[in-house]
Design a protein around this ligand. Structure first.
Ligand SMILES: *[C@@H]1O[C@H](CO)[C@@H](O)[C@H](O)[C@H]1NC(C)=O
Ligand SMILES: *[C@@H]1O[C@H](CO)[C@@H](O)[C@H](O)[C@H]1NC(C)=O
Length: 442
């Protein structure tokens, strides 16, 4: 552990402790004292080590740093135990990473995330004409915006390397959305992908080392995903970062592949949340039916007085559809029924602070390896459509408030920025890729 990391752990980094109302217990002073003592001890040891000139320099360094890491580890352990036992009601509000929405303990996630920031490197193949379908995004708006942001963000990020020997993963920068934009037929798209991968395979040694297992491509376009099926190893071995992530019919392989959240941008209205008093409709959904599930949803609940289910196509980004957007601010739950066409309903619900109700049997939710979706959404089976009202009514007001509060906390993980910012959607995708970097090489 480095010196700079050692210095980043004074008590001021734990706002929970800092914000603790004074007078109720002496714990803050205790923690501060422990911290000061630890730091003084460390400086003392550093001083002693440096004066021992007969030590070879490396030995000094290793002795000092192992001492330091023991100090820090025990300090972290102490602080964590101390905060979680004594400050439960404060801790959950002010920890920089909220453990309650992550699967892993907050500290483990944080350390791994920081390691990713320091070490993770991706090589982007320089081949392919940016004027055709390579390297650059088509546009940062619309329902394939996630694909576009990724193409742009990776170049603005610290993860890019021009040295393939340093790379953990290799990015194939072919944009299916751009191919589509240029009017390519499905057959032509398959051809283009195949030609490109073959070319890289001959030109560079990297593909053959793993048969593509340390390679990835990114496409939000549903037909685009199909275009990559012309190259069997691309489908089977490489990591597919795609929006359509249903694994009953789409060749999507959970654990290998990564779900890119489908989001339709821009949002013309500010995010919602922590506003449960305004949310008087139990649940809302409007759209055209394109699946058996949606047929059932409409057949069951069309005229219900508590569930607001509408069988019509609405684009709430278009002017004149403010009413639709209002519903997302005013409903407790927003239904996200699975259908064959990719939909941005989940991202819409998250943005507007309406707790998503995921109705799907086999669907890999975005960032599922990192975020615990049960903390901020309701996950149902498709057959639950018949019991929908009972299920949603049985969720207590208190439980709903918790879901809503956590939903607000994870909004930032679904937001795309340019340039990208820490823990935003781009970094979450990168972290998913980071989790998939361990490979055997031949
Ligand atoms: C990779 O393997 C293919 C055979 O599948 C071969 O034709 C090609 O030359 C190899 N590429 C390199 C760079 O050796
Ligand atoms: C809802 O009401 C409309 C018009 O009143 C009617 O045609 C339709 O059959 C009703 N749907 C259900 C599921 O009862």
């Amino acid at each position: 552990m480095s010196l700079s990391r050692g210095n980043s752990f004074p008590i001021t980094n734990f706002p929970a402790a800092r914000n603790r109302p004074r007078g109720s217990c002496g714990c803050v002073q205790l923690a501060t004292t422990v911290c000061i003592v630890a730091n003084v001890l460390y400086i003392l040891v550093l001083f002693v080590c440096s004066t021992q000139s007969h030590f070879p320099l490396r030995q000094v360094h290793s002795q000092c740093s192992s001492f330091l890491s023991i100090q820090i580890q025990s300090y972290i352990k102490y602080s964590y135990r101390f905060l979680s036992s004594k400050f439960d009601s404060y801790g959950h509000r002010s920890m920089p990473f909220d453990s309650s929405v992550f699967h892993s303990p907050e500290e483990a996630f944080r350390l791994d995330y920081e390691q990713m920031e320091e070490e993770f490197k991706v090589f982007v193949y320089p081949d392919g004409d940016p004027e055709t379908f390579f390297h650059t995004p088509r546009k940062l708006t619309g329902k394939y915006a996630s694909e576009a942001y990724f193409f742009k963000n990776i170049r603005e990020s610290r993860f890019l390397t021009h040295d393939p020997r340093r790379a953990h993963l290799f990015f194939l920068p072919i944009s299916c959305h751009k191919m589509r934009g240029r009017g390519l037929t499905n057959e032509r798209m398959i051809d283009e992908v195949e030609k490109y991968v073959k070319y890289l395979k001959f030109k560079y040694p990297y593909w053959n080392r793993t048969l593509g297992a340390d390679h990835f491509f990114v496409t939000c376009h549903d037909i685009g995903v199909k275009a990559t099926k012309g190259v069997p190893y691309l489908m089977k071995n490489s990591i597919r970062v795609v929006c359509s992530s249903s694994y009953d019919d789409d060749d999507y392989i959970p654990h290998k592949d990564v779900t890119l959240p489908q989001v339709q941008l821009p949002f013309f209205h500010p995010p919602g949340g922590n506003d449960f008093k305004n949310r008087n409709t139990l649940a809302f959904w409007a759209g055209r039916t394109d699946s058996r599930l949606k047929d059932d949803l409409i057949a069951m609940w069309d005229n219900d007085t508590e569930l607001d289910i509408q069988n019509n196509r609405v684009d709430f980004r278009a002017t004149g559809h403010v009413v639709f957007m209002e519903k997302l601010y005013k409903s407790k739950f927003c239904l996200c029924p699975h259908g064959p066409i990719g939909s941005s309903r989940i991202a819409d619900s998250i943005h507007f602070g309406c707790v998503p109700v995921i109705m799907s049997n086999y669907y890999d939710l975005p960032f599922n390896d990192i975020l615990d979706w049960r903390k901020f959404s309701v996950i149902l089976k498709e057959t639950d459509v018949y019991l929908l009202k009972d299920i949603l009514r049985s969720i207590s007001g208190k439980h709903f408030m918790r879901l809503n509060q956590k939903l607000v906390k994870i909004q930032k993980h679904f937001k795309w920025n340019t340039p990208p910012v820490r823990l935003d959607a781009f970094h979450m995708v990168m972290y998913e890729l980071w989790l998939r970097r361990h490979l055997i090489r031949y």
